[in-house]
Ligand binder design. Structure first.
Ligand code: OSB
Ligand code: MG
Length: 368
């Protein structure tokens, strides 16, 4: 496919409810959207980096600069036979996985459309719908109990609670008592250290499916030290940027479950390799979320059709997040199952009018 042109813009979608996690509170989902035109076909992807580096190091301005000044000048105007050829070209640059993922994912969308196949078929998936759960932000106990009940009534397969020091054991105890049979997990977004081992051990009594990212975003070794003392499996999110990270984490026993975010690890090829490495270790994976719009959500759903995605993902109904999405279709789960869009490529199309209303800074980048 010949890479002809890229459009970059920044989209700002107000969230229906502010979302608090251990390190930040998000009120609007702000993200860069990339439109690729390759061999006359348009493909789409969104970046999962935020305006500020509160999750990992990458930021929106950093990604736009890297794409505009470094990556795109090198690849625009050239032919790439498949996503691997494009990935090989990007290998010389360190890091910037979220930014690289934007181009790689849009390329997959174009490539699948050119082959007249849905993305999930090309990726090698085997499901028409994927199991999903919800991620609840930090709030008061009463609200969390209400939201848990409502999610379970709607059939969501798992409820994840955000925790932080002093907002942990009492919360989990309360929710567990109210819902003795529910699949519950917690996510600390790196809020704890080794000195919190006793608190983390106390979580064992609430039979959580897993404990997500308790320690530093860039650590594996201390996770291994904590995992040794826990019955509850640790699931790594922030710490896993690559298939190599996955191998190392599973080899030393730093985790037993892996959260895959296609944007965080650098695109679908890398995400599939993370999936394959985890499968080789017998470790389940699931698809994380970053409050994506319909474009990123559709990519996530397609990826989740791979066979080792055996735990429910965070790609719940778009209507839980936004009043109005930027796509024409509605990505809504029913009984905890999210249908996989069946058109070619990612199978969703932009609502141009809504996109215009919520985006700024359109840049059109062509070959030099
Ligand atoms: O750690 O999984 C996370 C949202 C933003 C940044 C990080 C995380 C999250 C979520 C929400 O947990 C997942 C979602 O509902 O999209
Ligand atoms: Mg997480």
């Amino acid at each position: 496919m010949k890479l002809e042109q890229v459009e970059l813009r920044v989209v700002s979608l107000p969230l229906l409810h502010p979302f608090e996690f251990s390190n930040a509170t998000i009120t609007d989902k702000i993200f860069p959207l990339l439109t690729l035109r390759a061999s006359g076909i348009e493909g789409y992807a969104e970046g999962v980096m935020d305006a500020a580096p509160e999750y990992r190091e990458e930021t929106i301005v950093g990604a736009l600069g890297f794409l505009r000044d470094t990556l795109l000048p090198q690849v625009l105007g050239r032919e790439f036979a498949n996503p691997q050829a494009l990935l090989d070209e990007m290998r010389i640059w360190r890091g910037h996985r979220m930014a690289k993922a934007m181009l790689e994912m849009a390329f997959w969308d174009c490539w699948a459309k050119s082959l007249e196949l849905p993305l999930w078929v090309l990726l090698g998936g085997n499901k028409q719908a994927v199991e999903v759960g919800v991620s609840l932000g930090i709030g008061n106990f009463e609200q969390t109990l209400k939201d848990t009940q409502s999610a379970l009534e709607q059939g969501y397969k798992r409820v994840k609670l955000k925790i932080k020091p002093n907002h942990d054991l009492e919360l989990v105890k309360t929710v567990r008592q109210a819902f003795p049979q529910a699949h519950l997990t917690v996510d600390a977004n790196s809020a704890y250290g080794l000195s919190d081992l006793e608190t983390l051990r106390q979580l064992d009594q609430y039979h959580l499916d897993y404990l997500e990212q308790p320690l530093a975003f860039d650590d594996l070794l201390d996770h291994q030290k904590v995992q040794q003392h826990l019955r509850t499996p640790i699931c790594l999110d922030e710490s896993i940027l690559s298939p190599e990270d996955t191998r190392k984490a599973l080899e030393i026993g730093a985790a037993r479950v892996i959260n895959i975010k296609v944007g965080r690890v650098g695109g679908h090829l890398e995400a599939r390799r993370v999936h394959d490495v985890a499968a080789a270790f017998g470790a389940p994976v699931w698809c994380g979320g970053m409050h994506e719009s319909g474009i990123g959500r559709a990519h996530n759903i397609h990826l989740s059709t791979l066979p080792n995605f055996t735990k429910p993902g965070d790609t719940s109904s778009a209507s839980r997040y936004f009043k109005k999405d930027i796509i024409q279709q509605q990505l809504e789960a029913k009984d905890g199952l999210m249908p996989v869009p069946q058109g070619n490529g990612i199978g969703v199309t932009l609502d141009q009018q809504q996109l215009k209303a919520v985006s700024t800074g359109l840049e059109i980048i062509k070959p030099k």
